[in-house]
Design a protein around this ligand. Structure first.
Ligand code: URA
Length: 205
């Protein structure tokens, strides 16, 4: 049947193509989420930041990076002199995956098959925004960008590389910089994110 190209050499059957992100049924995560959270930012941003998936607050607000991880990311952008309105901020997975823990909804890492299902939407964002530089915030983002579940963040930290005609800068996820137990490691992770954002800016110039 008819196929839709999603990346060089890759296509999905047309019948699987959802009409809109809100109606996406390419995986099951929509069932427990409040809504899909699309990326947000400058339509033709040179830099696209890619997170993992919406958290509790993003799921409720319908916007990426508005909770605690978003606050840390905002501080890192300030530290790097990067204006959030000039970049595009999105996630590898657009629905919040969680499990109940008492009254709270506890984040669950998406499976690679969910990452791959949602890669379709990242591709549409890449096609629309056409960024020069991607910042992978954490390993889920990196696995989505590289379309491989077997990559390890530490092999890519501090080493920008080119992939499908764009620069990719890989760094820690902001939530990691919030939750590492000791203060010195939290500070180091925060500074690494700031440095990655500075690198992204340099590569985009
Ligand atoms: N963590 C993410 O990866 N993305 C968000 O939007 C919020 C928290």
């Amino acid at each position: 049947g008819t196929t839709i190209p999603i990346a060089p050499g890759k296509a999905i059957p047309e019948r699987q193509q959802p009409t809109s992100l809100d109606e996406c049924r390419r995986c099951d995560l929509w069932q427990d989420a409040t809504q899909a959270v699309a990326g947000q930012g400058a339509r033709h941003a040179k830099i696209m930041l890619v997170g993992e998936q919406p958290g509790d607050q993003e799921d409720l607000a319908g916007k990426p990076f508005v909770g605690p991880a978003g606050e840390l990311l905002d501080r890192a952008m300030d530290g790097a002199g990067l204006d959030r309105r000039k970049v595009y901020v999105t996630n590898a997975v657009k629905h919040f995956k969680w499990e109940p823990r008492g009254k709270r909804r506890l984040h669950k890492t998406p499976a690679q098959k969910e990452v791959m299902a949602c890669h379709y939407w990242l591709e549409t964002e890449l096609a629309t925004v056409a960024p020069q530089v991607l910042v992978a915030l954490g390993s889920t983002a990196l696995k989505s960008i590289l379309q491989s579940g077997s990559v390890t963040m530490k092999d890519y930290l501090d080493a920008p590389f080119q992939h499908e005609g764009r620069w990719v800068v890989a760094t820690y996820h902001p939530a990691y910089a919030l939750r590492v137990p000791d203060a010195a490691s939290r500070q180091a992770a925060f500074e690494a994110i700031v440095e990655a954002l500075k690198t992204a800016q340099r590569l985009a110039d």
